[in-house]
Design a binder for this molecule. Structure first.
Ligand code: ADP
Length: 429
């Protein structure tokens, strides 16, 4: 037992013994004992009172003096209190620093509850979204930001990485919003000003569209003259081969410009309306007929149609998807190979597939195939006469139909391109 407690026990025993002794002298030992116990009790109550008073104020005032074991108890409590105060000061400093850093962030951050109510937001979020600190606390974020894309992004959760919307009250400024779940059931909404990159992207798109448009007229004139020269019997023999060569190159240039203009048009809007029924079966049959008429490529082109459902969307864009995929399949498959064009539906939606037994694509190239001008084997692809924009067009046209492209391929065995259309883009025939 620690010395302090031995000393305390001895002191208590001495007081009780003294009480008993004095009581015995005066002929009442029990009274003497009771008096000694009362004195000890009073002494403890007095110290408890002082301690409680000191604890209640919780201010860094003078530490009360105690005697006996109370001095030790008070010292221990004081040490714990001081440690607590030091920790609190450290926490407050940390919170202050976090607040200062979130305040300095150029990006907006909004803490939301599981049911999307605002808990806190930083200064940038208030400026970007026009929120008010006190007024909007506790309000659902989709009651304040009503843009349909933003609302549907919140509804579908985080299947899409982020959503781009015009800033509330301004059609000039653009914001990128990203919802990140954290903690038990909380969400963090990150908001970034992307006005500049949207403007740059628009400038790039406009430039390509304008340049392609401007190139079209002079090219039509050149194509006309070259076509006439190629058919002219009086053309000197030494000029015949160069003219035919030029004619071929000019035709390629024309195809390139057509594809660039198509791509610009597709990029200029996000989603296409659902008010037209596209008869996909008729498009696939026509694509098969056209492919069979090609002078080179596989002789076996099959059609497997298991559904009569139509697609709700844009006829020319669906035609462009099919022709690009079928043309590629024909172009990259030898004469003794085969191409299978398919259309089937299930509860997930409609699935349009073009499979071939051609040269196939290396696995490393597959993720990049839909980039503009990306070619798995650039020498061979150029020789085959493609513009390098076919799959980029397919990707954008599919995006406008809320559809996705899946590519499976094995070098030497063939490739399969599957377009997955969601069920709400289908209409029963
Ligand atoms: P291109 O006009 O060069 O065909 P695309 O965008 O249509 O451009 O295709 C991009 C690249 O993808 C092609 O250059 C080719 O390397 C590859 N590719 C596309 N379809 C097939 C296919 N069916 N078989 C093999 N490779 C293909």
């Amino acid at each position: 037992m620690p010395a302090l407690w031995v000393k305390t026990l001895l002191q208590h025993a001495a007081v009780i013994a003294a009480g008993l002794f004095i009581g015995w002298i005066y002929g009442g030992a029990v009274w003497g004992l009771l008096t000694a116990i009362t004195v000890l009790l009073g002494w403890h109550i007095y110290h408890l009172y002082i301690l409680e008073n000191w604890l209640r104020t919780d201010r860094p005032g003078p530490v009360p003096h105690g005697s006996g074991p109370w001095s030790q108890v008070v010292a221990r409590i004081n040490a714990v209190k001081q440690r607590g105060r030091r920790n609190r000061r450290a926490w407050l400093k940390l919170i202050k620093e976090i607040r200062a850093s979130t305040k300095a962030l150029p990006d907006g951050g909004i803490m939301l509850t599981g049911d999307l109510k605002i808990v806190r937001c930083n200064k940038a979020a208030r400026q970007l979204l026009g929120l008010k600190k006190k007024r909007d606390r506790g309000t659902r974020i989709d009651n304040l930001i009503r843009h349909p894309d933003f609302v549907s992004y919140l509804e579908t959760g985080t299947t899409k990485e982020s959503v781009e919307i015009p800033a509330p009250g301004s059609s000039e400024r653009w914001l990128s919003c990203r919802l990140v779940p954290y903690g038990m059931d909380q969400k963090l909404l990150l908001v970034r000003d992307i006005t500049q990159s949207v403007a740059m992207e628009r400038m790039r798109r406009d430039f390509v569209a304008n340049a392609s448009h401007e190139l079209r007229s002079p090219l039509t004139v050149i194509t006309g003259y070259l076509g006439a020269m190629a058919e002219d019997d009086t053309l000197p023999e030494t000029w015949r081969a160069p003219v035919l060569d030029m004619n071929e190159q000019v035709e390629r240039m024309g195809a390139l410009i057509r594809d660039l203009l198509t791509l610009s048009k597709l990029e200029s809007s996000e989603s296409c309306p659902r008010d037209h029924r596209v008869k996909i079966n008729a498009i696939l049959e026509a694509a098969r007929r056209d492919a069979l008429m090609e002078s080179s490529g596989p002789r076996r082109i099959e059609l497997t149609i298991n559904s009569h459902a139509d697609i709700l969307g844009e006829q020319t864009e669906i035609q462009s998807i099919v022709s690009n995929l079928v043309n590629n399949a024909v172009r990259y498959t030898p004469e003794d190979g085969s191409v299978t064009i398919g259309w089937h539906t299930d509860k997930k939606g409609g699935h349009l597939s073009v499979a071939d037994t051609g040269i196939g694509i290396p696995a490393d190239d597959i993720p990049r195939l839909t980039e503009r001008f990306y070619r798995a084997d650039s020498g061979r692809a150029r020789q085959k006469g493609g513009t390098g924009l076919g799959l980029a067009i397919v990707k954008h046209a599919l995006k406008r139909h809320d559809a996705e492209l899946e590519i499976n391929s094995e070098v030497g065995a063939g490739s399969e391109f599957v377009c997955h259309f969601p069920a709400d883009r289908l209409a029963a025939s």
